[in-house]
Design a protein around this ligand. Structure first.
Ligand code: DC
Length: 220
């Protein structure tokens, strides 16, 4: 299906939510469905984190994190971007306003491209694309997210335990929601999608139905 974008109003879908909520899978499926480009904004923070990790920097030091914002040396295909340590560093360095400021323009211009776009992250509907056509806030119970994340890590050959993964999910939720700079929060006009009791296909179908309902409401 082609995107319902017009020249004056690019069709932008903002997908926010906590770690391992399924927002990335949903955002990619929506992008495929509407023929829109997709940006996983978490990868930008992960790229800064990986840079910092590689030069032995301290995620507790804002200046060192800012020095790691030069992403010219990072490949977005690098598997290490998806590692748990990099995710945990990313959650810490993303609390720094100066790091967020470095990554802002790249995300805003992606969202503003003429044909429209789908972006997923934590602050898309609130900061990056506050005028998005449709905003979803995707969530699931922490235990469900931990179970999904554990299955993913085991599939990648990692030796991890449920309790560690759940503790990490709780720590990330607290950091991502508790920070002052662009915290994870549901935008007032975002549609809530709780995927706790859904499999992947059901979650995608539910997301699509919400976006279609929103489109019907705005074009009425
Ligand atoms: O979605 P993810 O797990 O790949 O994101 C990694 C970290 O990056 C997450 O813990 C918080 C941060 N992040 C953010 O602060 N804002 C975004 N738009 C996307 C991610």
């Amino acid at each position: 299906m082609t995107s319902p974008a017009t020249t004056d109003t690019p069709f932008v879908i903002a997908v926010d939510g906590p770690a391992a909520s399924g927002k990335g899978t949903i955002a990619r499926a929506l992008a495929d469905h509407y023929g829109l480009p997709h940006m996983d904004t978490g990868l930008l923070y992960r790229a800064v984190a990986l840079n910092l990790f590689r030069f032995g920097g301290d995620p507790g030091n804002e200046l060192e994190a800012v020095r790691a914002c030069d992403l010219s040396v990072i490949s977005f295909d690098d598997d290490e971007l998806r590692s748990e340590i990099v995710g945990s560093y990313a959650s810490r360095i993303s609390a720094y306003p100066a790091v967020r400021a470095h990554l802002l323009e790249r995300q805003r211009s992606f969202a503003a491209q003429a044909g429209g776009a789908v972006l997923d992250g934590r602050d898309i509907g609130t900061v990056i694309a506050p005028d998005a056509t449709a905003k979803l806030f995707v969530t699931a119970a922490p235990e469900v997210r931990a179970t999904r994340r554990l299955a993913e890590l085991i599939k990648r050959g990692m030796n991890v335990h449920y309790d560690e993964v759940l503790a990490d999910i709780h720590a990330r939720d607290e950091r991502d929601s508790g920070r002052d700079a662009a915290p994870l929060v549901q935008a007032d006009d975002a549609l809530l999608l709780d995927t706790s009791d859904m499999d992947v296909d059901q979650a995608i179908a539910a997301a699509l139905a919400l976006v279609e309902a929103r489109l019907a409401a705005v074009t009425r």
